[in-house]
Design a protein around this ligand. Sequence first.
Ligand SMILES: N[C@@H]1[C@@H](O)[C@H](O)[C@@H](COP(=O)(O)O)O[C@@H]1O
Length: 317
Amino acid sequence: MNVTERVIVEQFAYWEGAITADLPALTEGTVVVVGCGTSYYLAQAIASAFNIGGRNALAVPGGEWARRASAYLAKRDDVCVVALSRSGESTETVQAVDYSRKNGIRTIALTCEKGSSIDVAASETVYLPTHGEEGVVMTSSASLMLIAGLRLAGADIASSITELAQKPLAQLGAVDADFVNGRGHFVYLGAGAHYGIAAEGALKLQEMSLSYAQTFHPMEYRHGPISLIDENSLVVLLYSADTAAEEAKLAKEIQDKGGKVIGLGGPGDISIPLAETGLARVIEMLPALQVFGERIAQFKNLDTTAPRHLTKVVVLS
Ligand SMILES: N[C@@H]1[C@@H](O)[C@H](O)[C@@H](COP(=O)(O)O)O[C@@H]1O
């Protein structure tokens, strides 16, 4: 087991810290959740959770909020920014926090690095300690920021999620090369809060296995992209509990066209049962998506501890 996989399977020891971390109280107004890469995809799921919880929210890439906030939100006088960054140093996220501060906007940082630039610049910080060995590809830290972010949005996350998330991880971690059989067209589907997690699954696969992966909302997939499905396709479908029946019909259509389906929380060629039906469901899914990226990399003999063209932090000069 390489260090990437070891961090994935050892991450659960850190989850209780995120489940019990003290969180700042939010006042009325709109929440803008910012981040880059993985942190942006988590921001999408967290923004969905805020909306589900009754507070207007949107996710914006850090670089976009810093450069053209007006393209995302017309009125910014009653806004709180939640900034996610494992390192606390990604330039665009730091810029987003700086922009917010200069414009009198309250900022709450979720980070794994105490004393980092966003920790120093933000109005408040939620610090989420994690595995010191985590490498370029973000796994454990992502789960912690997701847990804390969903809690900040008002979701009730019980400690039992730590146990529950280990089962899908074990099941998808056991996928074998014969099942994948060299398929190279990967698609991740997810609705609502699942969409950001589907995008994060696709990003993990890209970073770890240098595979091309796309992300769509399930009901959007029939509107064009399904034309690409053939015997080279592998679709990872993140089922929403409330729309699982119609998503299962889509899975069947994909299978009829030659695609294989991994169903997280619903039917597929591999079907992975999930216990959670609410927002905690996305936490239950995330480690399984992380290990799937590692497996595909192994099938392609790629080393995920040194992913091509990637660095742990992107700092713009
Ligand atoms: N290659 C990494 C990504 O994997 C990571 O998601 C992103 C955000 O990092 P951070 O959360 O530290 O801001 O930085 C880099 O681009």
